[in-house]
Design a protein around this ligand. Structure first.
Ligand code: RIB
Ligand code: CA
Length: 313
C-alpha cells in the first residue's frame, strides 16, 4: 500500500519534535511532503529553526517552510514557561544545516494541495496556517483527505485557561474556520493526550536506544516534563502532538466518536473553549471525530519501536 501523503504543521515545541521524529521514522506508512512552522509555543523564528534542527537530528531531507507569525485576529500568546526560551529546552540549540525554504508555508500548503489529491494535514500548533490557506484558496478543500489535529479539551478542562487548550486558544478564529471546513477531521484533545504520560520507565526505555534521535527525545522530555508533573502531580508529561501521528499509524490505539465540536470566539472568559457535544444534545452536525480514550502502553510501544529505527551514531 502506498505511503499516505501528509503535511505536518507545527510549533516545536518538544512534543512537536517527537511527533516529527515519529513521522520521519515511518516512511512506509507516511510520505512527509513538508513541514510548515507556525507561531505558537514560541515565536515563528524559533519554531521554524527548531523544525529544521529536528530534520538535522533525524538526517531528514523533508523541506521546512515558515508560515504565519501571529494569529488571524487575537494578539499572540506563547508558552516559554512550559517549553523554555528556545522552545525545545533540554537539548543544546545549534544552527541547522537544513535550509528554510523561500516559499511561505501557506503558499506551500495551497500549491501542494492543488497539485495532488488526498493529502492529510496534521496540524499540532495553532491553526493559523491551515485556516489562512483555506480562506485564501477554498479550492484546496477537495484535495484534503483528512485533517488530524492536536487541540481542544472536553472533560479534561483547559490547560492555558480553565476553558481552553493552548493551540485552540492562540487562534480560536482559525480553529473555527478549520473545524467548519467540511473535510473529515479527527481531533486529539487533552482528554487523550493527558493519558499518554512520559513516565520515568517509558523515558528510560527510549534512553536505552542510544541513537541521536532517541537521545534528543530524552533530553527534551527531561525538561518538558517538569511543568506538567508539578501542575498535575502526574507521573510524567503528556506527549500531546505525537498522538496525531500515532493515530495515523495505528488508529486502533484510540477510541473516537463523531461529535459536533464548536469553538468559542466571542467570550473573553471562555475564549477558545471547544464545546464537544459528546451526547449529541444539540442538533449541530456530528462532523468531528473526537478522540476520548487511548491505549497508552500501546502508544509508547509504537513510539519506542519507531525511534529504535534511527541509526546508531
Ligand atoms: O496544549 C498542548 C499543545 O500546545 C501542544 O501542541 C503543544 O506543543 C502546544 O503547541
Ligand atoms: Ca504543538
Amino acid at each position: 500500500m502506498a505511503a499516505r501523503p501528509i503535511i505536518i504543521d507545527c510549533d516545536p515545541g518538544q512534543d512537536d519534535a517527537v511527533a516529527l521524529f515519529l513521522a520521519m521514522a515511518s516512511p512506509d506508512e507516511l510520505q512527509l511532503l513538508g513541514i510548515t512552522a507556525v507561531a505558537g509555543n514560541v515565536p515563528l523564528p524559533l519554531t521554524e529553526r527548531n523544525a529544521r534542527m529536528m530534520c538535522d537530528v533525524a538526517e531528514s531531507d523533508v523541506p521546512v517552510f515558515a508560515g504565519c507569525a501571529k494569529p488571524m485576529i487575537r494578539p499572540a500568546i506563547s508558552a516559554e514557561y512550559i517549553h523554555g526560551e528556545t522552545g525545545i529546552n533540554g537539548i543544546d540549540v545549534f544552527e541547522p544545516q537544513t535550509p528554510l525554504q523561500e516559499k511561505h508555508a501557506v503558499d506551500f500548503i495551497i500549491d501542494t494541495l492543488l497539485s495532488r489529491d488526498a493529502v492529510t494535514l496534521v496540524p499540532m500548533g495553532p491553526l493559523t496556517n491551515i485556516a489562512t490557506a483555506i480562506k485564501r484558496n477554498p479550492e484546496i478543500l477537495s484535495h484534503i483527505e483528512e485533517i488530524v489535529i492536536m487541540g481542544g479539551a472536553m472533560r479534561e478542562g483547559g490547560n492555558r485557561t480553565p476553558s481552553a487548550e493552548f493551540n485552540i486558544l492562540v487562534d480560536p478564529h482559525a480553529a473555527d474556520t478549520v473545524l467548519n471546513c467540511g473535510r473529515p477531521i479527527t481531533l486529539m484533545g487533552l482528554d487523550v493526550t493527558h493519558k499518554v504520560l512520559s513516565t520515568e520507565e517509558r523515558v528510560a526505555r527510549i534512553g536505552k536506544l542510544n541513537n541521536p534521535v532517541a537521545d534528543a527525545t530524552v533530553g527534551m522530555l527531561s525538561f518538558f516534563h517538569r511543568y506538567d508533573t508539578e501542575k498535575y502531580s502526574s507521573q510524567g508529561t503528556p506527549l500531546h502532538d505525537p498522538c496525531t501521528v500515532a493515530y495515523l499509524l495505528q488508529p486502533d490505539l484510540f477510541k473516537t466518536k463523531l461529535c459536533n465540536v464548536s469553538v468559542e470566539t466571542e467570550s473573553e472568559l471562555t475564549m477558545g473553549h471547544t464545546a464537544v457535544d459528546f451526547w449529541h444534545v444539540t442538533k449541530r452536525p456530528k462532523d468531528v471525530n473526537w478522540a476520548y480514550d487511548v491505549d497508552a502502553d500501546g502508544f509508547y510501544e509504537l513510539l519506542t519501536e519507531r525511534l529504535a529505527r534511527f541509526p546508531l551514531p
